[in-house]
Design a binder for this molecule. Structure first.
Ligand SMILES: Cc1cc2nc3c(=O)[nH]c(=O)nc-3n(C[C@H](O)[C@H](O)[C@H](O)COP(=O)(O)O)c2cc1C
Ligand SMILES: [Zn+2]
Length: 759
């Protein structure tokens, strides 16, 4: 069956959805009676009335589907449904249920009938509970809203209008006059201003003191702001919002104000009933009247450095600087705290279109001259030879065959394989000088052309770039954007860090020297390698020069007039020393780990021994990035009792009390991963990175975090420990138990660790 457009085999969907701990299909499925089901043509069925129109089509018999649909009244278990439809097997039934569930068409169980006057609202909840999945059914959503003692404050007339609407939606709003009013027990405060002179700061501060979330609503002459939602400790405070944004001048237009107030009331209703994706925790909706009509934007807010309320020390960031841009971006794509998040986000993995996109191989460069690569193991390559480069490319961005299917060797966010690699050859046996693209599905290099040496150097940000071979990483940003929206940029750079670590690790083990071109000029480099930059299809992620160590040793003492150029070059390049032999020995390593590693997402209730954690921590340290390691140990041992530890480079230091499962669930957006016995988080000093390198510092930090993460993943595999990288960090949850401020210690990536439940 085919949900509107892209074809995904329903049996595939069924099995993967059932295996995913994050998704709990309804135990007693109910197709909301409000949803209209219409047969279309010979083999299609249309569902109308939920979040979007869905058309299922395909070979599976329509009569079977209809017979199952008739049973979905919320009173029957899956077994009972199967028993009631003799021609359907249990598998048929579970396939149909998971398909309907993934299309957002089911509730769980029946809810008590609503009072007559709330019938419409009840129906509305029934049709839309699946938008967030925070409620199992309409009854749960209704229970949150029914008689909810929500508080309004600010411009009295406007507050009254909002209150009337909320009352009609079954809530029990009350108005408070001033900041001394009693807010206790309110699920939400709505602070509304329709007059410019109205100052909402005191009441929002009072809400903060009482631990009540506050929704900011301001209607000016030509601009309306709905949001942000302020929650103490979790979101930006009012001062930070004001430091970033002006309030709209003027008083509300009385003709239009009711419309905006209705919109605000609707947001409030969704916030309380938790029936919509709330993005107001990190921003606000701005509606501006312009000559071209009303223009709508989401504007971002973030906790700001230097704000005592938000608990970030240090000097403020210049609001117009690239550093602020990076900080706002980082916050805009963070996972919201559990209190306001949606359980539905994870479901994007199962959208038909995303499954297709994940499987789609990268395009070849048609017409390019192709060099087939030896599919040699890493062990066969050493020195700067085609075999070595082939092994580097394959392990960092290529495939191996697993059960007859090509599988990417290196882990990548969402399995989407964002890293693409290019090789710039200056002088190397077996490879023509010029730019080559690694086409991973065919394991070949595609030769594009030979640029001038000066252009290569200029693009790599060096007066003369003399590495014989340079591997350039480009991230498929557009591809990931279709699934992850703006979060894609974070993932692309984390993925690149993993690829870079594998390249670097293998290169050093092959006796190759290397250096990152840390000041490569992205735009020039993209042009040089001819990667499409239009619409951010690809972004440059790194450039790594590799070669033979002895050949590239520089004799600085012999320099004459070029001394200045070389000095500039040297300060541009971060040489990566090969890890000292002694350190390398500490972490067991074998090439096979690269090939056998798989992400493991379920864990036995078994502690990871201290010695193992210590070894993993050392491996992460030796990746060489300036990151802090936080070990959240839920299951401990005598050697390492449960607790929060920091690895200081040598030892595990206790930094906090034993985390409960619930604490960890607040740190990660996947409950399965949160149940790991030990979880490692890397934090970076974003303050320092942004100060030193502006927006680029952000990207470099992600790259470093990805690299450190790869080091842990490979070492874990060598040690027989299961691991899964996770970018699904809920920052507030992490700050809450570690005391990190999220800026000087900004969580970049996590690794969950433990043992397989079967063993
Ligand atoms: C940067 C990065 C972030 C990831 N984040 C998550 C995550 O949040 N949750 C998860 O279950 N897996 C996550 N993964 C694991 C990938 O889904 C996994 O690596 C990919 O599907 C390939 O499967 P494999 O690791 O078994 O080869 C992440 C991987 C990377 C590289
Ligand atoms: Zn603040």
């Amino acid at each position: 069956m085919k949900p509107s457009g892209t074809l995904v085999p329903a049996d595939y969907l069924g099995s993967v959805v059932l295996a995913d701990l994050e998704l709990q299909p309804p135990r007693k499925p109910r197709l909301p009676p409000e949803i209209v089901v219409v047969p279309v043509g010979p083999d299609k069925i249309l569902f109308e009335g939920a979040k979007r129109t869905q058309v299922l089509s395909g070979t599976s018999s329509r009569t079977l589907l209809f017979s199952v649909l008739e049973q979905l009244d919320g009173t029957r278990s899956w077994e009972e449904i199967a028993a009631a439809v003799p021609k359907a097997s249990f598998t048929d039934v579970s396939t149909i249920i998971t398909l309907l569930f993934s299309c957002g068409l089911l509730e769980d169980g029946v809810s008590p009938p609503p009072p007559d006057e709330l019938r419409d609202l009840d129906s509305f909840f029934g049709r839309f509970v699946d938008v967030t999945r925070n409620n199992r059914n309409r009854g749960e959503a209704m229970a949150r809203l029914y008689r909810a003692p929500v508080v309004t404050a600010g411009s009295a007339g406007a507050a009254e209008m909002i209150a009337v609407q909320l009352s009609e939606a079954s809530a029990a709003p009350r108005f408070v006059d001033d900041a001394d009013g009693d807010l206790a027990g309110a699920p939400l405060l709505i602070a509304v201003a329709t007059e410019e002179r109205e100052d909402l700061a005191p009441i929002i501060a009072a809400a903060r003191r009482s631990g009540v979330p506050a929704l900011h609503v301001r209607i000016g002459r030509n601009e309306v702001q709905i949001g942000p939602l302020f929650i103490a400790g979790q979101t930006a405070c009012y001062d930070c919002f004001r430091a970033l944004h002006d309030l709209p001048p003027g008083d509300a237009d009385p003709l239009r104000a009711p419309m905006w107030l209705s919109l605000a009331a609707l947001q409030a209703m969704h916030l309380i009933s938790r029936t919509a994706d709330v993005r107001l925790g990190a921003g606000f909706e701005s509606y501006e009247n312009t000559r071209h009509g009303t223009i709508h934007h989401l504007r971002h807010v973030a906790r700001l450095p230097g704000c005592p309320t938000c608990g970030i020390a240090g000097p403020p960031i210049d609001p117009d600087s690239p550093a602020m841009l990076a900080w706002l971006y980082h916050n805009s794509v963070g996972m919201p705290p559990r209190e306001i998040g949606s359980r539905r986000v994870h479901q994007r993995h199962y959208l038909a279109q995303n499954i297709e996109e994940t499987k789609r191989p990268a395009d070849p460069y048609h017409g390019a001259t192709v060099t087939p690569l030896p599919s040699a193991d890493f062990a066969n390559g050493s020195g700067l030879r085609l075999e070595t480069i082939a092994a580097l490319l394959r392990h960092a961005a290529g495939f191996q065959e697993v059960e007859g299917e090509p599988r990417r060797i290196a882990p990548t966010g969402g399995g989407m394989g964002s890293p693409e690699l290019f090789v710039i050859v200056r002088a190397m046996d077996g490879l023509r000088p010029g730019i080559h693209h690694y086409h991973a599905p065919r394991h070949v290099l595609e030769w594009l052309y030979e640029p001038a040496a000066a252009d290569i150097s200029a693009a790599l940000g060096a007066a003369s770039w003399d590495w014989p071979c340079t591997i350039v990483g480009a991230g498929a940003l557009r591809k990931l954007h279709s699934k992850y929206a703006n979060f894609a940029y974070r993932l692309v750079n984390l993925d690149a860090g993993i690829a870079l670590h594998i390249l670097g690790d293998l290169a050093s083990r092959s006796g190759l020297a290397m250096a990152e071109a840390t000041d490569a000029h992205d735009e020039a480099l993209a042009q040089l390698i001819r990667v499409p930059r239009k619409d951010n299809r690809y972004v440059i992620t790194f450039a790594l020069g590799v070669g033979v160590a002895t050949a590239t040793t520089r004799r600085f003492t012999k320099l004459g007039a070029r001394i200045l150029d070389v000095l500039v070059d040297q300060s541009n390049l971060a040489e990566r020393p090969a890890p000292p032999a002694a350190r390398r020995a500490a972490a067991p390593w074998n090439a096979a780990a690269l090939l056998t590693r798989r992400s493991q997402r379920t864990y036995a209730e078994q502690a990871v021994p201290r010695s193992t954690i210590q070894t993993l921590a050392i491996a992460a340290r030796d990746a060489g990035a300036p990151l802090r390691q936080w070990w959240l140990v839920r299951l401990g041992s005598r050697e390492l009792p449960p607790g929060i530890y920091e690895f200081d480079g040598d030892d595990l230091l206790r930094r906090g009390a034993a985390p409960e499962l619930d604490d960890l669930r607040r740190c990660l957006n996947q409950t399965g991963l949160a149940a790991a016995p030990a979880i490692l988080f890397f934090t970076a000093n974003l303050a320092a990175a942004l100060r030193a390198r502006g927006a680029r510092g952000y990207r470099e930090t992600l790259l470093q975090a990805g690299a450190a993460c790869a080091s842990v993943l490979l070492t874990a595999e060598s040690l027989g420990v299961g691991a899964c990288p996770t970018a699904g960090i809920v920052e507030y949850g992490f700050r809450r138990i570690t005391g990190c401020d999220g800026y000087h210690d900004c969580p970049m990536i996590g690794v969950t660790l433990g043992y397989s439940p079967e063993e």
